[in-house]
Ligand binder design. Structure first.
Ligand code: SF4
Ligand code: SF4
Ligand code: SF4
Length: 256
C-alpha cells in the first residue's frame, strides 16, 4: 500500500512548527515514517513538487500576495489541508501588526520600503478551506499525533474544544490565578497543551488561541482587579490571535 504523500509548507513565521514536528517530538518519528514526506521546506532539499498531496501541513501567517497564490495551488492539489501552529491557525505573532495602521510597522523597521510588499497578516483560512487546526506556538505532542494518526486512520481529527482550565484541573494543579493572583489566560484559551505552563506555575499566555465562546470580558475584568493596565490586558488578549473576533472583543471590553 502506498504511503500518504505529505507536504509541509511554510509562509511568514519562525519555522518552529516544522522543527517541532520533525525534530523535537521523539515519539512522532514512527508516525511520520508511515508518510511519504515529499516536501518540507526547512528540512528536505529541493523545491515543492506540484502534488498531489494526501496531506498538506501549512505553517505561517499569510503576509504577501504571492503566498495567497501558492496557498491556493497547494489547496487545489491536496486532499486534506491542516493549519499548523498559531501563525497559520490564528495569524499568531505576525498578526500583531494588524493592530497598527498599515505601513506604520514597516516604516519603523525598514529604511527602504520599495522592496516591501506586505499585505494585512491573516490566518490561512481567510484564503482557503482548512480541514483541521493544530494549535499552539509551537503545537504540542497531543495535537500533532491526533492530526497525523487521524489521516492514517482516515477519520476526522478529535481536537479539543474546551479550555486550558479543564486540562489544568485534570492535572490536579492549584489554580495560580485564584491562589496567587497570577494573570493566567487559561479560562479563555483552547486546550491541547495539557496545561503546560500552569503545571510549572507559569501563567498561560494563550498560545493555543482563543477558545470559542469564552467569557473573555469576565477574565479581562479579573485582570483589571489584579492591577493590570488596559494596555497589558489588551496585549494579553491579542498576542497570538489579534485577528480573532473573541480576542478583539476581549481587548475592546477591557475598558468597560
Ligand atoms: S506558531 Fe510559533 S512556533 Fe509555529 S511558526 Fe509560528 S511563531 Fe513559530
Ligand atoms: S491556573 Fe490557569 S489554567 Fe489552571 S485553572 Fe487556574 S486559570 Fe485555569
Ligand atoms: S498553557 Fe497556555 S501558553 Fe502554555 S502552552 Fe498551553 S496554551 Fe500555550
Amino acid at each position: 500500500m502506498n504511503k500518504p504523500r505529505l507536504g509541509f509548507f511554510k509562509y511568514s513565521c519562525c519555522a518552529g512548527c516544522e522543527f517541532q514536528t520533525f525534530y523535537f517530538q521523539k515519539h512522532l518519528a514512527e508516525t511520520l515514517a508511515a508518510f511519504d514526506i515529499v516536501y518540507a521546506k526547512m528540512v528536505l532539499r529541493g523545491g515543492a513538487p506540484e502534488g498531489p498531496f494526501d496531506l498538506a501541513l501549512v505553517e505561517g501567517t499569510i503576509t504577501e500576495a504571492w503566498q495567497v497564490d501558492e496557498l491556493k495551488k497547494v489547496r487545489k492539489n491536496s486532499t486534506l489541508l491542516f493549519a499548523i501552529g498559531a501563525c497559520a491557525v490564528n495569524g499568531g505573532i505576525p498578526a500583531i501588526k494588524a493592530l497598527a495602521p498599515e505601513l506604520e510597522v514597516e516604516e519603523k523597521v525598514y529604511k527602504d520600503l520599495s522592496t516591501i510588499h506586505s499585505i494585512r497578516p491573516q490566518p490561512i483560512n481567510v484564503y482557503v478551506p482548512v480541514d483541521g487546526y493544530i494549535r499552539g506556538c509551537p503545537p504540542g505532542a497531543r495535537d500533532l499525533y491526533e492530526a497525523l494518526t487521524s489521516v492514517l486512520a482516515q477519520k476526522k481529527p478529535g481536537f479539543l474544544t474546551y479550555s486550558v482550565c479543564v486540562e489544568c484541573k485534570l492535572e490536579r494543579n492549584i489554580c495560580i490565578l485564584v491562589a496567587y493572583g497570577m494573570p493566567c489566560m487559561g479560562p479563555v484559551t483552547n486546550a491541547g497543551c495539557g496545561a503546560l505552563c500552569p503545571t510549572y506555575k507559569r501563567p498561560c499566555y494563550s498560545c493555543f488561541g482563543a477558545m470559542k465562546q469564552a467569557n473573555a470580558p469576565a477574565l479581562a475584568h479579573k485582570f483589571r482587579k489584579l492591577g493590570l493596565s488596559e494596555d497589558d490586558i489588551r496585549r494579553k488578549f491579542t498576542m497570538f490571535d489579534a485577528n480573532s473576533a473573541e480576542s478583539r472583543k476581549a481587548a475592546d471590553f477591557s475598558e468597560d
